[in-house]
Design a protein around this ligand. Sequence first.
Ligand SMILES: CC(=O)N[C@H](C=O)[C@@H](O)[C@H](O)[C@H](O)COP(=O)(O)O
Length: 227
Amino acid sequence: MSRNVIDAVRGGLIVSCQAYPGEPMRDPDTMTRIARSVVRGGAVAVRAQGLADLHSMRAALSVPLIGLWKDGHDGVFITPSVEHALAVARTGAQVVAIDGTRRPRPDGSTFADACAAVHDAGALVMADCATLADGHAAAAAGADLVGTTLAGYTPDSPKTPGPDLDLVAALAAELDVPVIAEGRIHTPADALAAMHAGAHAVVVGTAITHPSTITAWFAAAVSSKES
Ligand SMILES: CC(=O)N[C@H](C=O)[C@@H](O)[C@H](O)[C@H](O)COP(=O)(O)O
């Protein structure tokens, strides 16, 4: 099963469907409808957050699901502990996305511990990394996929205006595991550039599934016209 998921997403678009705490769309049924919509548009897999959303989507979708559980705001908050990772795997998500940085985790575990637990549960691991060194460490620890998810979101990774294509290219050149480009991919041209940089697949979130942000982009453009 598991290698098939990696093959199934090769060369494809993965869409991240997440609403943030307090937002109007933060509701499993709503997010599942969004997920079904992106699959209609050609998403080869869906990335989603939270156990309720994952349970709901797993029942409704036939494409692979990359699940995560965000808990907290500072430091390691994407599937931060072994227990979080196991809970995500138990939703039926085929891939569990876990913070793949080398920062300390709240339960004192290591990324390798979470990887082993997820593998024992029959799922794959996507390491959400910020740097090239993170990617090397995550691959060595057993990650099945390495993503650039956290590039620009840790103190040791600069926030490029668009996707960190240099990081995608470096990871793709140096790692044996597939590299997933994720983070600030805002246009189809960005997505294509990430593929040219060597990505196995591309994850787009905000630009497809976060209407408040998309609206703000347009509103700012319209209101910037001088009268
Ligand atoms: C840094 C972090 O917490 N990233 C999260 C990871 O799941 C999501 O908030 C992002 O939307 C996702 O990575 C997709 O990226 P973008 O929305 O830029 O297309």
